[in-house]
Design a protein around this ligand. Structure first.
Ligand code: PLP
Ligand code: COI
Length: 358
C-alpha cells in the first residue's frame, strides 16, 4: 500500500452537529473525549501494509489470544495538530514523529510503518474529523497512532500479523490551561529503564511499568515521577511522560544526554533549537539529583507533546522536599514555552518547517 492509495470508508452514524463537537471539546480531561473516526491498517506477511480504512470510532473486536495484549508488542506515538490563523490545521513535526514510531517499532520487532503512510493516515483522519481541531491558546488535536501484534497466538515470538490504528482527541495542555508549576516525585526503589532495555522506545510497557511509582507520586502530592538512572540511582533521566530541563545560575540550559534509556523527545529537540537560536548556552550532560537539587539550579521544567513546557516547582523524595527557585515559573521556562507555542499556533515564523499543513 502506498501513500496515494485511497482509504475505504466504513459507514457510521451521522456526523455530530458542530455545536456538539465544540461542546464536547471544551475542557475534557486528557484523552477522554474522542473524535468520530479512527484510521486503521493491517500488516500481513507478503502483503505488507494494506486495507487502509476510515471507520467510526467505536469498540473493536479482537481475538482473546491477541499477541500484542499478551506479550506487550505495542508501540505508540503522540503528536499534535494546531489550528492556524488562516483556519488550516497543521501537524507539528509529523515526519519526526513518524521516524520515532519506526524506531520504536524496530526495537519491538514490529514492521515499520513508512513515513508517507503515517502522514497519509493523518490526512485521511483530518479529512473527516478536521473540525475537531480546536481553536485557542494551548489547545490542539492530539493524535495517537498505535501499532500492535494482531495475530491470534500465544507462541512466544514476534507476531506475524500487525494492526495500526490512529485515533484523536481535542486537548488542552496536559496539566491544564494555567501554567502552574508541578511537583515531581523521585521514587526510591523503582527504575524506568536499564541500559539495553526499551527506554528510548515509545512502547506501551514502559508506561505500565511506571504506574506504581506514579501512584507513589500522587500519594506525595506530585503530578509526575522524576526517574533516575537504573544502575546507580544518582543521575536524572526524564519524567514519566516528559523530558526534563534545568537552568543554572549562569543562565545555561541543560538536559540529560540521550543515553538510550530515555525517550528522544521531539519537544526536547525543539527547545534545544529555540534556546540556541535565542543565544542561550545549552548543554546535554549527566546531572545528579544532588546537583539538580542545589541552589545553583534556578529553574527546572518538564517538556513533551502533551505537557509542552511545564515548570517544576519542587522535587520531592524520601529525603524531603526541594523547592526549585522561588517555586514559580522562571523567565527561561516562560520564554521558551511562549516561543514554542507561538510556532505551534502559527504566530511566529517557522524557519525549520516544523509545521505540516494538513
Ligand atoms: N519522555 C517520555 C517518557 C514521554 O512519554 C514523552 C512524550 O511523548 C516525552 C519524553 C516527550 O517526548 P515528545 O516531546 O516527543 O512528546
Ligand atoms: C505525550 O506527550 O504525547 C505522551 O505520550 C506522554 C503522555 C501520555 C503523558
Amino acid at each position: 500500500m502506498t501513500a496515494t492509495t485511497t482509504w475505504a470508508h466504513l459507514p457510521g452514524p451521522d456526523p455530530l452537529p458542530d455545536a456538539q463537537v465544540r461542546e464536547r471539546s471544551a475542557d475534557a480531561p486528557f484523552g477522554t473525549v474522542f473524535t468520530e473516526h479512527v484510521v486503521t491498517l493491517r500488516w500481513t506477511p507478503g502483503r505488507g501494509w494494506h486495507d487502509g480504512t476510515v471507520c467510526p470510532h467505536t469498540t473493536m473486536t479482537v481475538p482473546v489470544a491477541l499477541a500484542g495484549l499478551h506479550y506487550g508488542q505495542v508501540v505508540f506515538e503522540g503528536l499534535k495538530v494546531y489550528r492556524q490563523p488562516d483556519g488550516v490545521p497543521a501537524g507539528f513535526r509529523v515526519a519526526d514523529h513518524a521516524r520515532r514510531f519506526a524506531a520504536s517499532a524496530r526495537r519491538l520487532e514490529i514492521p515499520e510503518l513508512p513515513g508517507e503512510l503515517f502522514e497519509s493516515a493523518i490526512r485521511a483522519l483530518l479529512a473527516v474529523d478536521g473540525r475537531w481541531v480546536p481553536e485557542g491558546e494551548s489547545r490542539a488535536l492530539y493524535l495517537r497512532p498505535t501499532l500492535y501484534g494482531a495475530e491470534a497466538t500465544l507462541a512466544l515470538r514476534p507476531a506475524r500479523e500487525y494492526a495500526f490504528q490512529l485515533l484523536a482527541f481535542p486537548t488542552e495542555a496536559f496539566f491544564g490551561r494555567a501554567v502552574e508549576p508541578i511537583h515531581v516525585w523521585v521514587p526510591a526503589h523503582y527504575s524506568r529503564a536499564a541500559p539495553g532495555g526499551t527506554g528510548e522506545a515509545k512502547c506501551a510497557g514502559n508506561y505500565a511499568a511506571g504506574f506504581a511509582a506514579q501512584r507513589e507520586a500522587a500519594e506525595h502530592g506530585c503530578r509526575q515521577v522524576l526517574w533516575l538512572d537504573a544502575a546507580e540511582h544518582r543521575f536524572v533521566e526524564e519524567l514519566g511522560g516528559m523530558n526534563v530541563f534545568w537552568v543554572t545560575e549562569d543562565g545555561t540550559l541543560g538536559t540529560p544526554p540521550l543515553t538510550g534509556t530515555l525517550l528522544p523527545g521531539i519537544t526536547r529537540d525543539s527547545i534545544l533549537t529555540l534556546a540556541s537560536r535565542a543565544g542561550l548556552r545549552t548543554e546535554q550532560r549527566p546531572i545528579t539529583l544532588n546537583e539538580l537539587c542545589s541552589p545553583a539550579t534556578t529553574e527546572v521544567f518538564a517538556c513533551g507533546t502533551a505537557a509542552v513546557a511545564t515548570p517544576v516547582g519542587a522535587i520531592v523524595s524520601t529525603h524531603g522536599r526541594w523547592p526549585v527557585g522561588d517555586g514559580r515559573a522562571g523567565p527561561v521556562t516562560t520564554g521558551l514555552r511562549e516561543a514554542l507555542t507561538a510556532i505551534h499556533h502559527g504566530q511566529a515564523p517557522d524557519p525549520d518547517k516544523w509545521l505540516l499543513r494538513l
